[in-house]
Design a protein around this ligand. Sequence first.
Ligand code: PEP
Ligand code: MG
Length: 876
Amino acid sequence: NKQVIPFHEGNASMKALLGGKGANLAEMTRAQLPVPPGFTITTEACLAFFKVGNRLSEELLEQIASALGQLEKQKGQKFGEENNPLLVSVRSGSVTSMPGMMDTILNLGLNDVTVQGLAKLTNNERFAYDCYRRLMQMFGNVVLGIESIHFEHLLHRLKEKEGVEQDQEVTADGWKQLIVDYKRCIQAKAGRDFPQHVYEQLRMAVEAVFKSWNNPRARIYRKINRIPDEQGTAVNVQSMVFGNRGDNCGTGVVFTRNPSTGKNEFFGEYLINAQGEDVVAGVRTPLAIAELKSAMPEIYDQLYQVSKQLEKHYHDMQDIEFTVEDNKLYILQIRGGKRNAQAALKIAVDLVQEGFLSKQEAVGRIEVSHLEQLLHRGIEENAVKDVLATGLPASPGAAVGQLVFNADTAAEWSRTGKVIILARPETTPEDIHGVIASEGILTSRGGMTSHAAVVARGMGKPCVCGCEDIRIIPDEKRMLVGNRVIEEGEWITLDGASGRVIIGAMPLQEARMTEELLTVLKWADEIRTLKVRANADNPHDASIARQMGAEGIGLCRTEHMFFSPNRLPVVQRMILADDTRERKEALGQLLPMQQSDFEGMFEVMDGLPVTIRLLDPPLHEFLPNLEELQRKYDRLTYEGGSDLEKAEVAQLLRKVQTLHETNPMLGWRGCRLGIVYPEIYDMQIEAIFRAASRCIDRGFRVVPEIMIPLVGHANELKLLRELVDFVADQVLGKDKLHDCPYKVGTMIEVPRAALTARQIAAYADFFSFGTNDLTQMTFGYSRDDAEGKFLSHYIDQKLLPHNPFQVLDAEGVGQLIDLAVHAGKRVKPSLKTGICGEHGGDKESIFFCHQTGLDYVSCSPYRIPLARIAAAQAFI
Ligand code: PEP
Ligand code: MG
């Protein structure tokens, strides 16, 4: 079958086979844009290559040779021929874009003979030998695995010898000398010669690009972006055009709209007399694209036309790599432009207004994981005193952290819990683990499209780029601004929105919803059927939740209301009480506190349902630590303390020992506590209805939903439901009952509850799936310990596709949910169902909830915008 496809035979719909880049090149070729001709080796060929142990089949090699033959005809050049040599680039091109993660080799086809041909042909010896040494450098690094630092050293030495600073100033003889040095270096480091045979170069390059699919940084990138390892990459072989042949040449990257703000303006950078890698790698700081207008007006106009044409064609903002060779424009590649969340929203809203997209399409395009960026923080402006320098505002948001100058240190320090700002002269894909570990990124070189900028934007991390006033010296673990020295470990703040680098840890300000976000959310609300509620435990969080668009509270964990210094001792007294009388006394103190909490919640949520979960304390969280207490007791015994003191500690110790459990998460939790000590739930229920009554009197509409945790048997719920109804009757009386349409329901978080949903539904008005516990108990993994222990190994070894505490395990836990929903609704069609575990804020899990027919998801307030959009996407 056909594993090599010339650009003019493909099209945009063949992305799975040709990769994103290949499909776009084909589509542009069809649209007759100025694309240098070439061909794509398919992802299928890549998978076949892996299957036979990383070997290119004879058949594939033949297909490549024949495609190359065609290309030679098209270009009127010959691969490996002295007089008019064809030169090609070899680039990876995966189905999902992975910027900078895999490898590229330019200028293939040069050797000791063809380089002379190129020199003659272009009448530019300096240029030809520069191309050749670049090939050796890239080939040596990517294909032969020699670290680039070795080549850089040799280059540096040469420049010193020639007394020049810039690469462009090196003479032809200099390059020739460098080629000799490079050959020696390759021989020494790789134990073989640089291949002179051009077909061998091509074969090895294709192999290397295929293999780069599995390099560590590509693997990490796929993992965090959830890109399947099974996709493989295509390889694009494209005839070369040169942006480095002189001053009527250049290269650059443009976005059809501003990728930071989304503004409809032409945005990008270019370099005169340079090859594409110079821009992307951020080695030289490029010029703003607006300057091209005066430097090369015709090229600028043509580029602008092409960009508008492409945007119209794809109905989306595009990222375009172009090269100008001898005053002629070529488009080397395009892709949907990476953008930050704010830009994505603005572009989507604008495209709807410009008539290119429907509202559904616009909502469908929002990358929900990026929305968190929007809820990014800013700096408290009046605290800013010492602005060290200002660079390019490459990725918005503010970050505070301790300075670190290399990626390994960043990763190490962050493992010990430190928050890090990674500062580098520039970043390369090799720094990816450091970028992941950091709060924010600072570079002294490179533009808005440099690696650091692109990667940070993708991850939603604040980034300041190209801050040239700062000299970053990683080897000395410090950076300099003028004669000011800033050492490793010092605290700094980055403002990715303005590009400022500020000394010290500035206080940060939470983000607000932008107009575009509100528009997209409104559209999402029109589309979705799944409701979105919030998990909130106090009136402040509840009011944030409302601002974020919550349609109710799905979970108020009442035990969280007790975690304050003035309440904890009362709660401890309640738990450790010797008898009911003592317990009731403590409860009597708690009642008004709880009542005022609930009043606050009801007022904020006026008219919307508020699900209040009765106490579910893992008891150990509320008790003094047993070991510490034991030590205290020993100390008093051996070192002598007063008898009274000893007696008190001894008594406390005895009680804590009695309550101590080996397996507290499977112990005396949830309704088990309420059943053994009914007075506790009694107090809470009373507080709820008293609060309801007060709020009704004040004119609020109150919709309480009382939720019983950790039910595993219908009898538990039956008993506690009777208690709720009884107290409601007592507190509200007949008249108020009418104004307070309360519900009683349960959490489904024990597998047995799911399995016996039919029986439980008889006593429940609603089910709320507590998927944290349900996951814990279905897998038998401790939710508190598993992640730091074996779970990461399981995920690395692909025994599990995701962390099941983050992404709902649809196959296992999901089956229990599905079963419970359907069994419950069969008994009681009016049964309301929702989810309130952490999964309620996760996109994939939200999709599952929609498909299973749940009525709502409930998640933390800041995730609500994300959940609203994901719920709409689930519907689309
Ligand atoms: C759950 O178990 O999913 C839940 C929401 O309850 P908690 O996390 O408080 O145990
Ligand atoms: Mg739970």
